[in-house]
Design a protein around this ligand. Sequence first.
Ligand SMILES: C[S@@+](CC[C@H](N)C(=O)[O-])C[C@H]1O[C@@H](n2cnc3c(N)ncnc32)[C@H](O)[C@@H]1O
Length: 216
Amino acid sequence: MERAEWLKQMRSRAEAIYDRFSSRYWTTWGLVVEETHHAYLQKFLERVPPGGLILSAACGAGRFDGLLLEAGHSVVSIDQSAGMLALAKEHFPEVDYKKMALHEMNFREMFDGVICMDAMEHICPEDYPGILHGFQEALKPGGALYFTADRAEEPDFDLEMYYERAKASGLLVVFGEVADEAAYEQAMEQPDADVSDELTDRAVYHFQGKLQLNRV
Ligand SMILES: C[S@@+](CC[C@H](N)C(=O)[O-])C[C@H]1O[C@@H](n2cnc3c(N)ncnc32)[C@H](O)[C@@H]1O
């Protein structure tokens, strides 16, 4: 399979997994905000003018949206998973939720701040520059961006094993990509109760390799 076609499949599988397990995501993570996220989010909020407009990109079930509202800002939130958005809407009706993938963003100088939390790990290296550019275009001049990415130095997966396995099956993978076909099929086919959180995580494409981004 051509790499571009394979990556498209990975994106639609990520959408399918998050759609299927959105309720579980809410139950497990709902409003859980870890200390580090909380501290950095406060630093980010200090840079947003009072009553600002914030884009919450790949917002999921809205874990951070309530905090942005509480800080007195208006929020537009996007995600590619309709299941995750439905839960978010239920909990934060004041937020303007839109079904939109990160690589489809077309905002122009609209936002005082952009956050993208715990989602860039699902983005392949080729899509990174376009998405970072999308954030830049979405921000007003001087606006603040806060995004998280997984650290190549502390991967959650056995990257060597995934790399060798994918190469052996003929895929044109980049070191750091995790794509587990068997986990995806198992997660989609088994009854919810038989699917562990660990399996749902493994079932979604991750990129935990090193990126070289040039300033343009
Ligand atoms: C781990 S969840 C994090 C959600 C939320 N930001 C949070 O911290 O709770 C990852 C989210 O990224 C979304 N996502 C993954 N790839 C995406 C893409 N290409 N475009 C938009 N959303 C994407 C998923 O649908 C999911 O809601």
